[in-house]
Write a new protein. Structure first.
Length: 127
């Protein structure tokens, strides 16, 4: 990922954080799939296509889930911002592999790749 992409993700994270702090309702609208491009913030100049976004129900569920855990979401955004500063943004906390860019566009503060996220959720559900 180059500096320009990182900068775009940082911007998206900051605007997402702002919205989480201020108004959960706007996030709700986005979760229902009104305008994904707007939801991702100012990423229009990033050199990959928004059409490639993972817009499946799983990603949407996460967004809805996040609304219920607002402070948790803000915390993970802060972590993602810290990772940008440390240069470890986009690396999965579970398997240390790179998180796919499409996932990061949908969820800029994702700390886990989809596989690790699913694993964590199934483990949480089993207990
Ligand atoms: Zn992983």
């Amino acid at each position: 990922m180059d500096a320009k992409e990182i900068a775009a993700f940082k911007k998206a994270l900051l605007s997402l954080r702002e919205r989480l702090m201020g108004n959960v309702n706007s996030l709700h609208g986005e979760a229902l799939g009104k305008n994904r491009q707007d939801a991702a913030g100012d990423l229009s100049n990033v050199p990959f296509h928004m059409a490639d976004l993972g817009t499946d129900n799983y990603e949407r569920d996460i967004t809805i889930h996040l609304m219920e855990n607002e402070s948790e979401a803000v915390r993970s955004i802060d972590q993602a911002l810290a990772k940008i500063e440390q240069g470890t943004f986009g690396v999965c906390e579970g398997c240390t592999k790179k998180i796919p860019k499409t996932r990061l566009v949908a969820i800029p503060h994702a700390g886990l790749c989809l596989e690790c996220q699913k694993k964590e959720e199934s483990e949480a559900g089993a207990s």
